[in-house]
Design a protein around this ligand. Structure first.
Ligand code: TRP
Ligand code: ZN
Length: 468
């Protein structure tokens, strides 16, 4: 026996001794390679994990607002992309795991404090490359959101009557075990158990509402694959209403009664969905809607898939921004967080476009207003939207405003025919997938039949105000 082999065996023995009462893990020879911690995003290095690809999450969560106790059972269906001796899911340390099964067998696991959000799972048998596997995780703890590099709260955020659940860019592991990279898209079936009288809203279609004793379970299913940060389980006191847009998309809204100002704005929701369907192409999901909570401390809205989430009654510009994300962000999603312009620049431009469509300022007027800001106004111009530099910069004003200005300027440069051919053509090229800024600029050049290198340098990458 070589010394290296002794070390390996010791590692297996100690993992088994501390976590597993059984000795089965020792009997099967170590085989395969551990999946990596993280998936290679320099802005959020621990996000996501290597070695497998999730296809479906079935989540059952239970939340007690009075004690903030969050418990859950997650069933994760995945495929190994390499032969795995061990792999991680992302789950924050305040959520304590009580059991993990892989393909029905008890598996060893650890939640190393140092790694903050890694649930390290050692299955009884190595997982063979290319094979599907199932993981079941039982967990519970006191709910706690994370604080983003820019200081905002993210994830499972307790409110006075429930929770506001918004997981961009790194909140998903505050409420479920997940391969938390925007590149691993999956379908979801989420059921949420809450005290009777509360409503719990997730993504996709409402598939059931079952009362049992003093509790009620709300079940939802989303059949299109989305990134983990786009899934919600927002709960509280809500008034629910449903309808269908003129083009036939079913929608469901849930509004906190304290945010009655949302009513007249949400009246426009069907028209906005249908307008973007006309200019960008068919609505990517089977369901639409909105969730309007009363959670002012959050300070932002999120484009949760099928049903964007607002921390207060939105104005029309914010509503149209989040609805446009269903195409740009939720259907076609960033590959890495540095690609955030593909989300925010496009959604912000789209809200300018909807304003133009309804008789307000044109996108050209918006662009002129933006360009009136002097080069010394660093908040409007820095960081450059094509390279925000770090996790702290991804939601900077410049990513939204200079980012929308980029598309308004492109529209003027190439003309409406070519511009809308670019905007529409981009979507089927990456449907339910991911893309980079570089892929978009290359695509735009191909459709426009012209070299746009200098244009995109000025607008997306230059360290300061672009020269028209
Ligand atoms: N993506 C959201 C939007 O549509 C903004 C957002 C999500 C955000 N998470 C955030 C902003 C965290 C600040 C901090 O605009
Ligand atoms: Zn946005």
């Amino acid at each position: 026996m070589t010394p290296r082999r002794v070390v390996l065996l010791t590692a297996v023995l100690s993992a088994a001794a501390f976590v597993l009462p059984e000795t089965a893990a020792v009997a099967s020879a170590p085989h395969g390679t551990p999946g990596s911690v993280g998936s290679g995003d320099p802005y959020f290095p621990r996000q996501g994990n290597g070695g497998y690809d999730v296809s479906h999450y079935r989540l059952a969560v239970h939340y007690v607002p009075g004690t903030k106790r969050l418990s859950g059972v997650a069933h994760v269906t995945a495929r190994a992309t390499m032969t795995l001796s061990r792999f991680d899911l992302d789950l924050r340390g305040n959520l304590h795991v009580s059991s993990v099964r892989v393909n029905g067998h008890r598996a060893a696991y650890r939640q190393p404090k140092k790694l903050v959000q890694e649930l390290v799972i050692t299955p009884r048998h190595a997982l063979r490359a290319g094979r599907r596997f199932h993981v079941t995780v039982h967990y519970a703890g006191t709910a706690r959101p994370v604080t983003d590099p820019d200081g905002s709260l993210d994830g499972f955020i307790p409110t006075d009557d429930g929770a506001f659940v918004a997981s961009e860019p790194q909140g998903a592991p505050t409420w479920y075990p997940v391969n938390d990279t925007p590149r691993d898209k999956a379908t979801y079936a989420v059921s949420i158990t809450v005290p009777k009288g509360l409503t719990a809203v997730s993504n996709g279609a409402l598939t059931g509402r079952h009362a049992h004793g003093r509790l009620v379970t709300w079940s939802w299913a989303l059949h299109q694959r989305v990134s983990s940060y786009l899934v919600t389980a927002t709960l509280g006191r809500f008034a629910v209403s449903r309808g269908r847009t003129s083009s036939g998309v079913p929608y469901l809204t849930a509004v906190d009664p304290r945010e009655a100002a949302a009513k007249p704005v949400l009246k426009q929701l069907p028209a906005i969905v249908d307008y973007f369907s006309k200019v960008y192409g068919r609505y990517p999901f089977g369901q639409a809607g909105a969730i309007v909570d009363h959670a002012h401390k959050v300070g932002y809205a999120l484009e949760t898939a099928t049903r964007p989430l607002f921390d207060r009654a939105p104005d029309v510009a914010t509503l149209s921004h989040e609805l446009a994300h269903q195409w740009y962000g939720d259907d076609v999603t960033v590959a890495k967080w540095r690609d955030i312009w593909l989300n925010e620049g496009f959604a912000e431009f789209s809200s300018w476009l909807y304003t133009e469509h309804t008789g307000g300022q044109t996108t050209a007027q918006h662009l002129a207003t933006l360009l009136a800001n002097p080069a010394s106004d660093s908040d409007e111009w820095l960081p450059p939207p094509g390279n925000p530099g770090s996790g702290k910069g991804i939601f900077a004003d410049s990513v939204y405003d200079r980012g929308a200005g980029t598309l308004a300027a492109l529209r003027q440069l190439v003309g409406d025919r070519t511009f809308f051919a670019i905007m529409r053509g981009w979507l089927p090229a990456h449907r339910y997938g991911n893309a980079t800024v570089g892929q978009f600029t290359a695509f735009a050049q191909r459709v426009a039949h012209r070299n746009l290198t200098h244009f995109f340098y000025e607008w997306l990458y230059k360290n300061g105000k672009p020269t028209g």
